[in-house]
Design a protein around this ligand. Structure first.
Ligand code: SAM
Length: 244
């Protein structure tokens, strides 16, 4: 199915700012501290969008991250704004780097957009060094049974791929990751939705804007509401638990 990438729409940036997700850099900063990342660490921002996290990691921590995203348009903005960093076109399912390249991979509100999560987790495992970190902040469904109803929605937003947390935990374990930290951050999503309603009048008006009035917006909204979306931070680590 050909999907409309809602993140390329200017209204997304207007409401979300440069970080195209809830919470700005708050969860990024928490993760840098949790993983004790340092300037010597090699970091990948998978689904970097306009490059905000890559820029932030360097300007605040002197950590040189590389950004990967499938959108030429968003990668174009990133290159223009953060000329000091590297940005490459690619997807989570096919990461354009060799094995054991990174100490940490950030997937900030992007795993939910990937067509094949298992393939993406395999790829992340491959490019991470032993003991490397995978930081996931993303949307989930408190009623995960209803998410399959989103199948035919023809625009690409994280909200179409709300995680089933139990299933994601299993997928991570099978892929070889240990979960080191979990935090429910649904308050950040709630604040963002309140901000959207304040700015656009309703969630429906917002979705119409960012999808150029796609006819499926009503159906999407109905299913979304019934799924009861939440937001989480999960920090995982590659390998057995015998690293230092
Ligand atoms: C919610 S935005 C988050 C962007 C960025 N991580 C941030 O926090 O600002 C989702 C991003 O995932 C990208 N994306 C979509 N499908 C992807 C895939 N298969 N692999 C990697 N990134 C993908 C989109 O182009 C978009 O830039």
């Amino acid at each position: 199915m050909k999907c409309y990438n809602a993140y390329e729409n200017g209204n997304m940036k207007e409401i979300l700012g440069e970080t195209l997700r809830p919470g700005g850099f708050s969860l990024t900063d928490k993760s840098v501290q949790f993983c004790r990342l340092e300037p010597k660490d090699a970091v990948l921002d998978l689904g970097c969008g306009m490059g905000a996290t890559v820029g932030h990691l360097y300007l605040r921590y002197r950590i040189k991250a590389v950004g990967v995203d499938p959108s030429e348009k968003l990668i174009g903005y990133a290159k223009e704004k953060y000329g000091f960093a590297d940005f490459v076109i690619g997807t989570g399912e096919n990461i354009p780097f060799s094995e054991d390249s990174f100490n940490c991979v950030f997937s900030e509100c992007t795993l939910s957009l990937m067509e094949d999560t298992d393939a993406a987790l395999k790829e992340i495992f491959r490019v991470l060094k032993r003991g490397g970190w995978l930081v996931i902040s993303d949307v989930y469904a408190k009623n995960p049974g209803l998410v399959k109803g989103m199948g035919g929605i023809p625009f690409n937003t994280s909200m179409r791929g709300l995680h089933d947390l139990k299933y994601l935990e299993e997928q991570l374990k099978i892929a070889g990751f240990n979960i080191m930290h979990f935090e429910d951050c649904s308050g950040l999503l709630k604040s963002l939705m309140a901000q959207v309603v304040f700015s656009y009048g309703s969630m429906g008006a917002f979705w119409n804007k960012v999808t150029d009035n796609c006819e499926d917006v009503c159906k999407f909204q109905e299913i979304l509401k019934a799924c009861k979306p939440g937001y989480f931070l999960m920090i995982t680590r590659k390998g057995d638990s015998d690293y230092e």
